[in-house]
Design a protein around this ligand. Sequence first.
Ligand SMILES: Nc1ncnc2c1ncn2[C@@H]1O[C@H](COP(=O)(O)OP(=O)(O)OP(=O)(O)O)[C@@H](O)[C@H]1O
Length: 579
Amino acid sequence: MASHEPRTAATNWSRYVAYVGGHRRWFLLLAALIPLDVGTQLVAPQVVRRFIDAAVGGRSQTELAGYAVVFVALAVVRQVLSTGTGWVSGRVAWRTTNEVRRDLLAHVLRQGPTFFLRHPPGELVDRMDGDVTRLAKLLSELVLDIAVQLLMIIGIVVALFLLDWRYGALFTPLALVMLLLLRRLLGRAVPLIADRQRAEAGLLGYLEENLTGREDLNANGGTTHALETAWDRITHHYRLARRAARATVTWPAAVQVLTAVNLCAALATGVWLSQNRGVSVGTVFAGLSYAILLRMPLVSITSRFQDVQNVLGSVRRVEELFGEAHIVPDGGGTLAPGRGSVSFTGVTFAYEDRPVLSDVSFTIPAGRRVALVGRSGGGKSTILRMLFRQYDPQAGTVSVGGVDVRRLDVGALRSRITLVTQDVHVIAGTLRDNLTFYDDRWPDEQLLRSVEEVGLGTWYAALPDGLDTRIGPGAAGLSAGEEQLLALARALLTDPDIVLLDEPSARLDPHAERRLRRTMERFIEGRTALVIAHRPETLTIVDDVMVVEEGRVVSLTPRPDPTDGTDGPVDQRFFVGRS
Ligand SMILES: Nc1ncnc2c1ncn2[C@@H]1O[C@H](COP(=O)(O)OP(=O)(O)OP(=O)(O)O)[C@@H](O)[C@H]1O
């Protein structure tokens, strides 16, 4: 089978530890900054306590000023520490995110076409951007932040015990109860938020699909149905958003209640201790300060735990993507220099569970040019894709230059083969970028020659900035025919040994087609070429004709002689406009 189901194996944490490991020094710096940050927060109420007690006890101005200076210094140090912590954690987060994203993109780009049918672009963007960002958050922020908040809670409880054991005895169980209550409240809201996010993603996907297919929708009268469905989705999204908003509105209210309870408990304890146990005003104030301080880590740690749960979902999705094996693993070998022969031996192939090629065998000697003809869906393009190693056969062998392509390095093989399909993609960039794909080994004169050669000279002359003119999405558009010519101009530059063409002239007018045919003829001269022919004229530039019908090679014979007035083995129904 060509399909490779995603592995849902256990998360490979060592992969992520390695990403963080690359920034070990920064991570250690962060681990050092955090306790310092927590420490300065915990010390501040103690300084205030001493200041108040000194003031109430009528101590000297110098002593009071000393406490004030220490307090201000602590505040400054805290600011510096929290800015530093934020900066370092942001740095670690960005670096790790970008590295994971880069590796995931490299992994995805090596996948075959079936992978992209299984994972539409919207989903891949969400995984590579949304999920990876959340993953990096876990690696660089969440774990540390949970540690900080736990440290803070423990520190506050210890400080309260040190202040007076009764403060500690009261706030320890109180903190635990509050933690559990907050956790429950948030636990109820989160699934509703997730429902809303799913509906939102679905709505966006639906809108994107309709906008992309707007021409077909308008032409086929599907607009009314599309609008009705969009409206259903919008109202569904609205209902879910309202439900989620109702659930989340209780969260800030709960935080307010928690603050009030903490304050009341601290005040009541303070007043009682002051009246019955003679503790100082400074101690009561410090108790109050710690009670207020306790709210922050309690709230923060609850939402952080929830974040961790959400992030683990993202990590699972990223892992699934990393777990998808490459359809065509690298064989590592290289091809001997020179034009290569091409052969299929007993090749059988199916897309997913759809059989397409069945026991196909043929050999094309080096330098021979062959036209592939046959009815639509017979498997012609699939033969080209297998030679380009977008897929490997389930049975049999595909060889180039006498070597099984599975034993070759994919990059090395593709550097010797050019594949021009009808599905041309123009990237957003300059004409030069579109011709060279950022490879600067060709001088401008050579780029211009290939543009001229495919018949794009007049089109080129009208461009405002020549090779630097921006084309593609968001810039100057090209007709479908011009896009095909551009793809052929790209191919001309590469000087391949083997040329695979999926009838690049299919969308051109007769004049442009004639011109392009002459270019193709020059291009494939002396090379091994497989050209899918949808026009009978294309047969004039090849040596042999291969008829492909229902996944089998019916014949591979020399091209019929155009002067003898017969079609030879070539059924005219295979061609556009003949039936
Ligand atoms: N990525 C794919 N996943 C599943 N099925 C596919 C895929 N690509 C092609 N097919 C199916 O495989 C069969 C052969 O397709 P192929 O494109 O090789 O035929 P073809 O002879 O080149 O057709 P055409 O002349 O119309 O381009 C078709 O039935 C097609 O629907």
